[in-house]
Ligand binder design. Structure first.
Ligand SMILES: [Zn+2]
Length: 250
């Protein structure tokens, strides 16, 4: 038995067997961790509200040799994100951020970058009234962190530089970058027509050093391909995103 203490976001807690809960934690030190919380279905005594999704905790758990399932012993709540949990919309976006990081975070590997990134966006979400705007920045800035940085400096097919491209260009989900008007074939069903201004703005969004002024028309247009691009790379659409679309989509 090895004892661990980890700064964690509770991602999901579901009933396990008759009395326990199976808890997925996104931790800073050990990446994604799955642990059993004994008797958590029956009694609130030991874990209180510390197993609620979207709670920042310090988690104490033990790992047996040759098992990937931990045994949760104690959780100390560091930030319950109470303000965030008061709003259905913020909860929905917070769950989306969690699910996305849960998809890309590895098990048993130190993930301080992804963890800190998630924490900063959840803290911003709690204060902000512009959930959609935050979501687009979250998606854009996540891309380079997980190796999905799209090619925007030149056409992915003929390498013609971005500045030399004329008129509308397209963003291809499957090719992972921009395609010039001449190279655009009808066979690529995953491409979306976009303007150069939108691509330039998208490029600025990905860099945390630049904070472009918020442009709603640009962000709306980016919203038509950016989440899809992430889902294309992940190989699936996230349930929390489908839920946001259903509840708040236009
Ligand atoms: Zn081209």
């Amino acid at each position: 038995m090895e004892s661990h203490k980890a700064l964690s976001f509770v991602f999901r807690s579901i009933p396990f067997k008759d009395f326990d809960k199976r808890v997925i934690l996104l931790t800073r030190q050990f990446g994604k961790v799955v642990a059993i919380a004994p008797r958590a279905q029956k009694s609130q005594k030991r874990f209180g509200s510390g197993l609620e999704s979207l709670t920042l905790v310090s988690a104490f758990y033990q790992m047996k040799a040759n098992s990937s399932l931990g045994q949760l012993q104690e959780v100390q709540i560091l930030n319950p994100f109470s303000m965030l949990k008061k709003s259905v919309k913020k909860m929905a976006y917070g769950s989306y951020f969690l699910e996305m990081i849960g998809e890309v975070m590895g098990e048993n590997e130190s993930s301080p970058n992804l963890f800190d990134f998630l924490q900063s966006f959840l803290e911003a979400l709690e204060k902000s009234a512009q959930e959609e705007v935050l979501a687009r920045f979250f998606e854009a800035r996540l891309l380079p962190k997980i190796g999905y940085q799209p090619i925007l400096k030149h056409c992915v097919k003929c390498s013609l530089p971005f500045e030399a491209l004329e008129g509308n260009i397209s963003f291809s989900l499957s090719l992972g970058g921009i395609v010039c008007f001449r190279c655009l074939g009808r066979e690529d069903k995953t491409s979306r027509i976009v303007s150069k201004e939108v691509i330039r703005y998208f490029d600025h969004m990905m860099s945390p050093k630049k904070d472009p002024l918020i442009s709603y028309p640009f962000l709306r247009e980016i919203g038509t391909f950016l989440p899809s691009f992430l889902f294309y790379q992940l190989g699936k659409e996230l349930k929390s995103y489908t839920f946001i679309e259903k509840l708040f989509g236009e």
